[in-house]
Design a protein around this ligand. Structure first.
Ligand code: BTN
Length: 323
């Protein structure tokens, strides 16, 4: 299949006869016809005319062949599980991880019927409008070091967005991406293993790309934003994903050589949290309030309470910016 796509792409916008297509891709003419139909089902727009042959006029945004084409990574995003609809990419990724899928496997879908957010919430994953994906990781770290992994993910996506679209987004501790206080992306990390050894880690990321205001449900209209709403026009999701995979792979590789320090520096420079008075939900109905003063080297947040006491917070979620 990849051969025929390549030939069509090499002649993009020009007609290629069935005979030539068969010769250049090394398959029979009947095989060409069958594959052309399969490609159309996958979202490739291929025109055909009896005397001219075939002409490629449009390629799908998130097809695995297209994601791999031009991908600069060695491992991340090389194995791709792509589905039109899935319950949750995190859930599917877990099943694949249990079955032995290798590190770097990418699971993505055009829509999720049960997209999951943190703290048991759901994640709205409108068809074709965003990047809804999960990565399977097998890091050689203990569960205590996992906070760094989610910050690494947030930083990698923030950088990928800047590199590809030129939009500077901020990181809301611990791992949301926001733009002018509205949520653009969220991360859900789920781990399997023992305290001192991670078996597999699933990092799920949802990025709002092409929604318009009316695509969000009423309860999210004020608090959510998409790249399109910021940029002003529709964007291709593929380059953002490819760049993310490449930045992520580099950051992940650097972790073992003290690379987290640089990542934390980035998270500090583009933080939506530091310097603000915040309320943090730590689960089990426990909240703390104070001024967010610093990020520690492991990604934990230092909060200054009104008493002046410093509190180190390893996990939680900011539920309110109080200014
Ligand atoms: C949050 O901010 O609450 C985390 C949202 C994470 C959503 C992503 S979308 C892809 C992956 N699959 C899921 O079911 N959830 C994550």
């Amino acid at each position: 299949m990849e051969r025929i796509i390549k030939v069509l792409k090499d002649c993009r916008g020009k007609w290629v006869s069935g005979e030539e297509l068969a010769r250049l891709s090394g398959i029979t003419r009947a095989g060409v016809w069958k594959r052309i139909n399969q490609l159309r089902e996958m979202g490739y727009r291929i025109e055909s005319a009896p005397r001219n042959g075939y002409c490629l006029v449009g390629i799908p945004d998130l097809n695995p062949f297209e994601i791999r084409d031009g991908l600069k990574t060695e491992r991340f995003g090389r194995d791709i599980h792509y589905q039109d609809v899935v319950d949750s990419t995190n859930r599917l990724a877990k099943r694949l991880a249990v079955d032995g899928a290798r590190e770097g496997t990418l699971v993505l879908a055009e829509s999720q019927t049960q997209g999951r957010g943190r703290l048991g919430r759901s994640w709205v994953s409108t068809r074709g409008k965003g990047l809804w994906f999960s990565l399977i990781l097998r890091p050689k770290i203990s569960a205590a070091d996992l906070a760094g992994m989610t910050i690494l993910t947030a930083v990698s996506m923030a950088k990928a967005i800047y590199d590809t679209v030129g939009i500077r987004v901020l990181i809301k501790w611990p791992n949301d991406l926001v733009y002018q206080d509205r949520k653009l992306a969220g991360i859900l990390a789920e781990v399997n293993g023992e305290a001192d050894l991670v078996n597999y880690l699933i990092i799920g990321l949802g990025l709002n790309v092409n929604q318009e205001e009316d695509d969000f449900p009423p309860e999210l209209k004020q608090s959510a934003v998409s790249l399109r709403m910021i940029h002003g026009s529709e964007l291709s999701r593929r380059p953002i994903l490819q760049e993310f995979l490449s930045v992520f792979e580099g950051n992940y590789a650097a972790l073992s050589n003290g690379g987290l320090a640089k990542i934390i520096e980035y998270a500090k420079s583009y933080s939506a949290t530091l310097g603000k008075a915040v309320r943090v939900n730590q689960g089990y109905h426990r909240t703390v309030t104070g001024e967010a003063v610093d990020l520690d080297g492991d990604g934990s947040l230092w909060l200054k309470e009104s008493s002046g006491e410093l509190l180190r917070i390893y996990a939680g979620e900011i539920i309110e910016n109080m200014e």
